[in-house]
Design a protein around this ligand. Structure first.
Ligand SMILES: [Zn+2]
Length: 238
């Protein structure tokens, strides 16, 4: 099979000292503080060196956090040494990448870059150790794959639509702390109203009120969409 054609990384300024780095349908996010920089996720890793890109944008030492351990978020981890993720991701991560150095990030941990900080919120569902990062000063929530206008992958081991709905309720309980979410797939800026839509859609799907449609790619799941929110689920998991 011919190798899939991949676009090179595209770097998009995201206001202040922040950039999105687009990697063929997934994005990494880079933030520069006074002392250190934070890279949230590392793409597929098929587009060459991501570190070469971050080094053009910041000269601060870069801390890498993975919102979760799926391959499209951890592709360039090896370039950055020890990366941080929630421990509930360790086993899935090491099953694919044995021996890769990781350090734990827990609910409530704060990543302080100097003048800018991000608080860890554990939001299991899409994966057991999915996290969001809350920048309270800038009223911004980095939600990884968990708050998105693109369909959310919810089939396969360790994923749970019920858990995701609980996590969305948790975020809703904190909505006074942020104005906007940034997503890893689809449009970057996602209004926080999407959290309500995801809760509503999950409820309708769990109650069997949404018909699954054939997905646009060959995956063992169906697409369930309701009122602007969508999930890929396997019928056996509902
Ligand atoms: Zn993803």
């Amino acid at each position: 099979m011919p190798e899939m054609e991949r676009k090179p990384y595209e770097t998009v300024p995201a206001g202040g000292k922040a950039w999105s780095i687009e990697d063929n349908g997934v994005r990494a996010l880079l933030f520069e503080g006074e002392k250190t920089a934070l890279l949230v996720d590392t793409g597929f890793g098929a587009g060459g060196s991501l570190k070469a890109v971050t080094e053009q944008l910041t000269d601060r030492p870069v801390t890498v956090v993975n919102t979760h351990a799926d391959p499209d978020h951890t592709g360039c981890n090896a370039e950055f040494g020890t990366v941080l993720m929630h421990p509930a991701e360790f086993s899935a991560y090491h099953a694919r990448k044995p021996g890769m150095p990781v350090a734990p990030l827990w609910e409530g941990d704060v990543i302080d870059l100097g003048g800018r900080s991000f608080e860890v919120i554990h939001i299991p569902g899409h994966t057991p150790g999915s996290i969001a990062l809350l920048d309270r000063a800038n009223r911004l929530l980095l939600a990884g794959d968990s708050v998105s206008r693109a369909p959310i992958f919810m089939f396969g081991e360790g994923r749970s639509l019920l858990a995701h709905r609980e996590s969305m309720r948790k975020l809703l309980g904190m909505e006074d702390a942020f104005d906007i979410c940034w997503a890893a797939h689809g449009p970057m800026e996602v209004e926080k109203e999407q959290i309500r839509r995801l809760i509503e859609a999950a409820g309708m799907i769990i109650d069997g009120k949404v018909e699954g449609k054939e997905p646009p790619m060959p995956i063992p799941a169906k697409e369930y969409a309701w009122s602007g929110a969508a999930f890929f689920c396997s019928a056996t998991q509902l």
